[in-house]
Design a protein around this ligand. Sequence first.
Ligand code: ZN
Length: 858
Amino acid sequence: MKNIKLALITLIFLVVNACKVSEPKPPSVITEPEPPTTEVAVIEEKDTVKKITLSPYVNYQSSREHETDLIHTKLAVSFDWEKQYLNGTATLELKPWFYKMSNVTLDAKGFDIHSVKLVEARSKKDLKYDYDNAKLVIDLGRAYSRDENYFVEIKYTAKPNELPKGGSAAITEDKGLYFINADGSDTDKPQQIWTQGETEASSKWFPTIDAPNEKMTQEIYMTVKDEFTTLSNGVLVYSKKNSGGTRTDYWKMDLPHAPYLVMMAVGKFAVVKDSWKSSKGNIPVNYYVEPEYEQYAKAIFGNTPEMMTYFSDLLGYEYVWPKYSQIVVRDYVSGAMENTTASIFMEQLQMTDVELIDGNMEDVIAHELFHHWFGDLVTCESWSNLPLNESFADYSEYLWQEYKLGVDAADYHNQVGMDGYLAESQEKQVDMIRFEYNSQEDMFDAHSYSKGGRILHMLRKYVGDDAFFASLQHYLKKNEFKSVEIHDLRIAFEAITGEDLNWFFSQWFLSAGHPIIDVKHSYKEGVLTVDVAQLQNIENTPVYKLPLKIDVWASDKLTSYPVVIQATEEKFEFAMAEKPQLVLFDGDQQLLGVINHPKSLEENIYQYYNSGKFLSRYNALENMMSDTTAVNKIQEVFANALDDPFWVIRDEALNMFENYEGDFKDDIVAKIKKMATDDKKSLVRATAVEVLSSIVGADAGDVMAKAIEDKSNTVKGAALGALLRTEGAEKDKIIAKYQDSDDVQIISTLAVYFAEEEDYSKNDWFLKSIEVLKGPDLYYYLQSYAALLTKAPMEATTKAAPKLIDMARNASMDFIRLAAYGCLNAIPETEELKATKLDIRANETSERLKRYYSQMGG
Ligand SMILES: [Zn+2]
């Protein structure tokens, strides 16, 4: 699953701090409650208290015990849109795992069970069963041995809306089966049905053994109104029209996978066909989007076949499944999900050609595709081992960027992931492989994703590319169609490299925290001394063994010294004829952790020009920003950095020139003007527009006039903001021209401006525009609206309240509910509103938000 929300929350957390936007802050990261202690007090006779220590396995979250093996699932389903029910017949092929069994226990949550039968060659026989609304225990009538397969048929009705709500930070709900706009009353929204199985919600729409260490093949017969398209795992064998305007689609999946990967979708979709050339011939690659996005589907998803080739080649293991479809649905409860051969995506994937100019979603596309090796083919055996799915999917984003956009872009992505983990680590530091979580949903955090991706990157740098990918190939081949735990990965790497890698896996996957390192270097009498100290708290974090390189430049020549750090304090000495120009700790810039290494201005300048890597260049600029000693020298470096080949560096350098009044101002302005219109990256053009406006204001009129006609909406938005802030501009005319735009960037810019101006006459505009925005754009928009509402007249707040209350209760993303609640907080509180807010808080289902509300108090 692509935990887009986690990424967004982390992003929002970082950006909120950066922009100094005040309340409502989203919850950043919340400390997990301590696992229960293994010491219990037992009160004995005569009031003496005796302490008893329990085995550590009392609270251990084990993988699901195999009593029965599920071999095959055949489903026939139809839908009751009015009641939002699924009527199903499930025929399961099962057998005892090892021991003789005379019953079978299935997960079946919140069903009406109509009948349970044993299916034999020529007859069906009713079976006795017990059902407690979660587990269906079927009495088989006699004991079966492990070489006896048997078939059970269950007729049932699934009622997903009548289940108690759950969910997590990653998945906002866990109903399993979702009806969207079921009664058709929302004219702006298509009618859809889709499913979300991970973690254990597939058993909310079909009876199964709902555990990641179970694997089965499947068939699904879906009966729908003929106007709808369907999608499920595997291949569409046939479609058959029925009487009464319905059609039955028969989907078949011949390769085994875990029940949480089973999916269905129903709706009116445009299906854009593509294909991928495998060694066995062409396999279908299809993109399912809403009809109005049909023309953009190839622009959004069109690199998928190239990605399939790249990942197949890199892993030495060809994409094994019979097709690959990707579908975008409404009101999805996560970012995306790697259902085998049929990945599902949130609606933010639907972008126009114009929106794609500012950035695509190929990270998410790569992530779900890579899961088809790591997750779908080889599956974590328990949620405790989730990093075996998510760390790899996360790292695929690096791999794809490295191949498609270059190593700078990938390294930047690496750093964004690291920042996400470090933000989470402020309040939560846990083992990657965790056996004592409170809820399996807690596993979907920045540890399992971002930290895991960075750990795999370090492993790759340590063993080298050849060994890394050979080890992955070995791991995939050895464990294909099976489930794994972390040791399987270690053993695969050990088999290929020949090295005992317990040290690496123990400190990174089986321990909490990260290194915090102080580095100092000095040169005296022909000797370079590098002092390294590990400063992390070693009571709960390891003293790390860190093989890395110390790169040293002298006489403009680079020498790389491999060292192994394995103590809290170490000293390295290198004989050197002259004083080095630069000492760069961790030459590969691969270490997960915090490094503090003070350098002189000359060293930072040298590092920017000579170290080559994205991170070392970026850090050199960062280090110089706070240096006030030699302003001219620093400005020269930043002026040169405006020509850096990588856009993030150019963007960073531009920010340095905000309100610039220093030397060579005319040259700098001329340069930034050119960037505002000509830079090949739209985000850099947008920054250039903003920075230019801060330096010369109205004098940049010609550039702004051009920028507001830019193809990119981000550049347009930046130019609009700059124009509105320019003295003497005809603001009413500008606003009149743009306020009916449904472009996200334009709306966001206007929202910030109206809030700053306290323009309450725009209240209706705010309420109308809410409908246009989604995801993080909506989150920021609601922040602007909250600012406006803070001092707004009663008339405006009264009008706004019903919409905001509805969003605070019902928005599908929890951070949107939070932002809407923040708007309500900005409104003067009547008794009625106070009661409503209390009720909203009481009915919140997201654990993250509940904890945040309780921290807010009141
Ligand atoms: Zn994932």
